[in-house]
Design a protein around this ligand. Structure first.
Ligand SMILES: [Zn+2]
Length: 429
């Protein structure tokens, strides 16, 4: 496809007008100010449009789409114990498949090209991702209750098998990872064994860290004063690439460890606000050199995958929290939502509009009233735009969403199956 005479956010997230961008197979093959001589197939007229990198959602639990709106206005532990855990107990592979498909539809509609997705029934999740053409890093989240050897736990064997069977599926679109759910949901022996296995297998790790104050403080009481980051570091869990979701309550020593070990923080502003968990210290993380990405968390605690809304919330909550409107620039928010997310997914050639990189691209309609006037287009993208302004989503050079239509997902069937699966579970509760 050739995007013709279009405004772009280039690899430095600078605005450039009247550009030509050609994609060939799964890559960006041409970026220039002139109409290329080479034929790139369909010509997409760029008038009133902005072309930029798609979004990389660095923390999600897609199958929880079935629980959107199901448990509201509850504290985290109440929410988990009275609503989420009983519902999850009745989930099936088929329900997970349809929940994931619904989230993929919503993701593509809002410009998310790839998600770091932690849950279970991972094969069913991966099947939905492969079929619809999106990308995802998927991990089987491990919870352990006693000192059973992990090699005797079906949950761990599922994770191992998923890594073996699905890593690289869909032409590399699926990356299988390892995951410990969190410090408070695991025993030391299991965490140590999982750290060992993760190192040996060379896998990436996805984990929840210091989401709530009580989680952080109870860990210190339980683990000789060590925080979740310090506890995991002592087990060698941070020796592989790690995506650490939330990190609301991390201290200075934690931040130094994360910077040294190259841990990526996935901040989830909407979920942290909704569950009243607190505010991740983004300016300090950035100043310390920590890679900072953005996640939606599940739609049970968000309640949407409107990623441009997430970027705006990310910027605004930092400003009010620090009582400083200068913190978090539009460029920092955009980088966190694109390149930083791609990097923590191990997708080195993704997340930037650069020649030779994967063509994971989105187009925004910037001709609408709320996008004018244009004093600074970046400001408009972060503070004025909305996820519904996305009019095209392309993954690996294939258009998956365009002008209201999801081209690889049967929405009518997906919605009907999601309703059916949800009602099936509710009848059993
Ligand atoms: Zn989470």
């Amino acid at each position: 496809m050739l995007f013709q005479d279009i405004t772009i956010l280039d690899e430095n997230l600078d605005v450039r007008e009247h550009m030509y961008v050609g994609t060939k197979a799964e890559r960006i093959a041409y970026i220039g100010t002139e109409m290329p001589e080479e034929d790139f197939g369909e010509i997409y007229p760029g008038d009133g449009r902005l072309l930029m990198s798609g979004f990389y959602n660095a923390h999600a639990h897609s199958p929880m789409a079935l629980m959107r709106g199901y448990g509201e206005n509850l504290a985290l532990q109440d929410w988990l114990n009275t609503r989420i855990f009983p519902f999850e107990d009745k989930l099936t592979g088929e329900a997970v498949y349809w929940g994931t498909m619904l989230c993929m539809a919503e993701s593509l509609r809002f410009g998310i090209v790839s998600s770091s997705d932690m849950y279970y029934f991972c094969g069913d999740m991966a099947r939905a991702v492969v079929e619809c053409g999106a990308k995802a890093n998927i991990s089987r989240s491990l919870v352990t209750f006693d000192d059973t050897d992990i090699w005797d736990l079906d949950r761990f064997l599922e994770a191992r098998d998923f890594l073996r069977d699905w890593n690289g599926a869909g032409g590399g679109r699926v990356v299988a990872e390892m995951s410990l759910h969190a410090e408070y949901t695991n025993q030391e022996k299991a965490a140590r064994q999982v750290a060992e296995f993760t190192r040996e297998s060379g896998a990436r790790m996805h984990v929840h860290i210091s989401e709530t104050k009580s989680e952080h403080e109870e860990c210190k009481a339980r683990r000789n004063g060590r925080t979740p980051i310090q506890f995991f570091d002592s087990l060698g869990l941070l020796d592989q690439p790690v995506t650490a979701a939330h990190c609301v309550w991390v201290d200075d020593e934690d931040i130094a460890i994360m910077a040294e070990k190259g841990v990526t923080v996935s901040s989830c502003p909407a979920s942290n606000m909704k569950l009243a968990s607190g505010v991740c210290n983004a300016p300090k993380l950035l100043a310390s050199g920590v890679n900072l990405a953005i996640g939606t968390d599940s739609v049970a605690s968000n309640n949407s995958l409107n990623f441009l809304e997430e970027l705006k919330l990310f910027a605004l909550v930092q400003k009010v929290h620090h009582q400083d409107p200068t913190v978090i620039t539009p460029k920092q928010a955009l980088y966190a939502g694109t390149r930083a997310g791609a990097l923590t997914q191990g997708r080195e050639d993704c997340g930037l509009l650069r020649q030779g990189f994967r063509a994971d691209l989105i187009v925004l309609d910037i001709a609408q009233p709320h996008m004018h006037p244009v004093h600074n287009l970046l400001n408009n993208v972060i503070y004025s735009a909305d996820g519904r302004d996305v009019v095209l989503t392309m993954v690996d050079g294939k258009v998956l969403y365009r002008g209201g239509d999801l081209l690889t997902i049967d929405m009518e069937k997906t919605v009907a199956e999601v309703e059916r699966a949800t009602q099936n579970i509710l009848r059993q509760l």
